[in-house]
Design a protein. Structure first.
Length: 275
């Protein structure tokens, strides 16, 4: 039954490859995408290599990994490991497999310390925003990020009002490495969560933005759920990746600098599989 469910919920490797090829075609045909590629001198080559499943073989010139490995299934580390967890990994007996040099079970491959970050929230969610920031700070510490500096707080009015006053918000955010925004419960509000999210992303990341900055959004319902502590670590890992760190990686040898593009599948509300 489990295998049947897996096949129903995931695309086959061939289907993933077809979707990836289609994505490349769209990038090549879209004038806006082409302009960005040209601007940064990026090239999509015709040589296509596929990596299937979660394990990479020696023939793929990469080390195998499984993101869901548990420490008690791993062998003692067989090569030096730099970083905060180095001694613990060597001595615990529950360290990395010899072929998984890029995966730290309880840390990040390349941690980043946030020295200036901003917490943005609706005035009515001030207490929840403070809890969110405390939990994010604790998760960052547990993942070996070091002591992040305290955030700057922007919770004095409604989010929609802050986004409407672009210039003031730009001045407040200027120089920040990351903006962490707690999106309010939209119940009873005239501005939807989607509108707030899109407005923030447009302000911070779109072309012509006056204050280009990484943004990480958290929904208030996520913060209130019993899965928040697990989700919080993922939020920190996303922030780390967005500001130039790395949560985990693949050791791909003998290649030019590259970007790995994957196709993500999920179950939609009507239980169909979308990607």
């Amino acid at each position: 039954h489990a295998d049947r469910t897996r096949r129903a919920c995931r695309m086959t490797p061939d289907d993933r490859l077809k979707r990836a090829h289609r994505f490349v075609e769209v990038l090549r045909d879209n004038p806006n995408a082409k302009a960005v590629l040209d601007k940064f001198k990026l090239e999509i080559c015709d040589a296509k290599e596929s990596v299937t499943g979660r394990k990479l073989n020696d023939g793929d010139n990469a080390n195998s990994f499984r993101y869901y490995d548990r420490p008690n299934t791993l062998e003692t580390l067989k090569a030096p490991r730099k970083g905060k967890n180095e001694d613990a990994l060597k001595n615990s007996g529950n360290a990395l497999r010899g072929d998984s040099f890029n995966f730290i079970p309880k840390g990040c491959l390349k941690p980043i310390k946030l020295e200036k970050w901003v917490v943005l929230a609706d005035k009515s969610d001030a207490q929840q925003a403070q809890k969110m920031a405390r939990d994010i700070y604790a998760a960052a510490t547990s993942l070996g990020m070091g002591d992040w500096e305290p955030p700057k707080w922007l919770i004095n009015q409604s989010l929609s009002a802050m986004l409407a006053d672009h210039q003031t918000l730009v001045e407040e955010i200027s120089g920040a490495q990351c903006v962490v925004c707690l999106l309010p419960n939209s119940k009873g509000k005239t501005t939807s969560v989607t509108q707030l999210y899109n407005g923030l992303k447009q302000l911070l990341t779109c072309e012509g933005s006056q204050c280009a900055c990484v943004a990480q959004c958290v929904q208030s319902k996520t913060l209130a759920s019993n899965k928040w502590q697990t989700a919080c670590q993922k939020v920190v890992q996303q922030i780390v990746c967005k500001v130039g760190g790395a949560a985990w990686g693949l050791n791909v040898k003998g290649r030019k600098p590259l970007m790995a593009i994957g196709v993500d599948s999920r179950k939609s509300k009507d239980s169909t599989i979308v990607s």
